[in-house]
Design a protein around this ligand. Structure first.
Ligand code: ASP
Length: 336
C-alpha cells in the first residue's frame, strides 16, 4: 500500500493532518537493473544487438517499475525484473546461461530482503527455468538460506516450480563461447576464468519500494567452462547479493574476487558505518578495493532514499534505472 511518511516539524504538535505545521514527504521508490559487465565497446556490438540489449533492459525495468508504482514490494519488483532477463537468451542467466566444461548448465541465484534480512539462494541447479523464483521459495518456504545441486532441484520438484530439461538452456552462441574457451585453455595451459572476451552477463536488480523496504536479487549461469561444481559470488549472500534496511546491492564480475572481498556487504557496511553516500561506498569498493585486487566487474546499488549507484571497473556494463515517475535510463558503455 502506498504510504506517506508524515514528518512533524519541530516543536509543533503532530496531528497527522497536513497543515502548515506538517510536511508530507512521499517515500521515494526506485529500481536498478544490470545484465552483466565486461569488455563492452561500441565496435564490438552491432547496432541490432545493442538495440536488443537496450530493449531487454527497458523491459526488465518496466516489469519491476509497474509493481513498485502500484505500491507493490521491492522483493516482487526485483524478482519480476530478473525473470524478464532470465527469459532472454541475451544474458548469462536462465535461458542464456553459459556452458560448463561438460557442456551442461548449472545455474545460481539469490535474493535478499532488507527490512528483516531474510534471504534465499540456490546454487548449481540444472532443471529450474527461473532460478530466482526458486531462491524466493527457499527464503519463504524452507528453514534454510541456501540449497545446492541435486537437493535444490529436488526441492524445486516438491514445490512445483517450472522445470525444464537441461538442454532447454542450450544456445549456439554460448556453445561457441565454450569451444573458444577450451581452445584458449589448450593454448595457455590454463583456463581464463573470465570467459571469452571477458564478458560476464549475470543479471540482477535492486529496489526500494513505497514502504522504504529494500531488496536485491541476482541470477547467473556462472562462468563459461566452469568445472568441479564451481560456484561464484552470485548466490552468496554478502558477496554477489546483499540488502539491509539502508542499502541493497547486486553484483556482476569475476566472482572469486567478489567472494573474497564480500563486495555487496562491504558496500552496505561502508554506507552505514562511514556515513558516506551509496555512490561513494560503491565507488570505494568497485573502483578501489577491487581494482587493487584485480577483480573486474561492477555493481548496482540503491539506498533507502532511492539514490542509485552503478559503478563498474570494466569497459561497460548493461544497466538501467528508474526512480519514481521519472523516465527509465538505460546504458551500456562507459561514456554514457
Ligand atoms: N559473477 C558471476 C560469477 O562469477 C559471473 C558474472 O557476473 O557474469 O559466477
Amino acid at each position: 500500500m502506498r504510504r506517506l511518511a508524515v514528518i512533524c516539524m519541530a516543536l509543533v504538535a503532530c496531528t497527522g493532518v497536513e497543515s502548515e505545521s506538517t510536511m508530507k514527504t512521499e517515500q521515494p521508490y526506485g529500481l536498478v537493473v544490470h545484465g552483466g559487465a565486461g569488455t563492452l565497446t561500441r565496435s564490438q556490438l552491432s547496432p541490432e544487438y545493442e538495440q536488443q540489449i537496450r530493449a531487454a533492459m527497458a523491459a526488465s525495468l518496466a516489469a519491476g517499475h509497474e509493481i513498485l508504482a502500484a505500491g507493490g514490494s521491492s522483493t516482487e519488483a526485483t524478482i519480476a525484473a530478473v525473470v524478464v532477463l532470465e527469459e532472454s537468451p541475451l544474458f548469462n542467466a536462465g535461458k542464456g546461461s553459459v556452458y560448463t566444461w561438460e557442456e551442461t548448465h548449472e545455474l545460481d541465484a539469490s535474493l535478499m530482503v532488507g527490512s528483516d534480512q531474510r534471504a534465499g539462494a540456490v546454487a548449481s541447479v540444472r532443471n529450474v527455468r527461473n532460478p530466482i523464483r526458486l531462491a524466493q521459495l527457499v527464503m519463504d518456504d524452507s528453514p534454510h538460506v541456501m540449497l545446492a545441486g541435486e537437493g535444490a532441484d529436488q526441492f524445486a520438484r516438491e514445490k512445483g516450480v517450472e522445470l525444464v530439461d537441461n538442454d532447454w538452456f542450450d544456445t549456439d552462441f554460448r556453445l561457441q563461447q565454450l569451444h573458444q574457451a577450451k581452445q584458449e585453455d589448450n593454448l595457455q595451459g590454463m583456463l581464463n576464468p573470465l570467459g571469452v572476451e571477458k564478458k560476464f552477463g549475470t543479471v540482477g536488480a535492486v529496489a526500494v519500494d513505497m514502504d522504504g523496504e529494500l531488496a536485491a536479487a541476482t541470477s547467473t549461469g556462472g562462468t563459461t567452462a566452469k568445472r568441479w561444481g564451481r560456484v561464484g559470488d552470485s548466490p552468496i549472500i554478502g558477496a554477489g547479493t546483499y540488502a539491509n534496511s539502508g542499502c541493497a546491492v547486486s553484483a556482476t564480475g569475476h566472482g572469486e574476487y567478489f567472494i573474497r572481498h564480500a563486495v555487496a556487504h562491504d558496500i552496505c557496511a561502508r554506507h552505514a558505518y562511514l556515513d558516506v553516500s551509496i555512490k561513494e561506498a560503491a565507488d570505494m569498493v568497485v573502483m578501489d578495493v577491487l581494482v587493487r585486487a584485480g577483480g573486474e566487474g561492477g555493481v548496482i546499488a540503491i539506498d533507502r532514499d532511492a539514490n542509485v549507484a552503478l559503478p563498474f571497473n570494466t569497459e561497460g556494463m548493461y544497466r538501467g534505472y528508474q526512480v519514481g515517475d521519472n523516465d527509465p535510463v538505460v546504458g551500456i558503455f562507459g561514456d554514457e
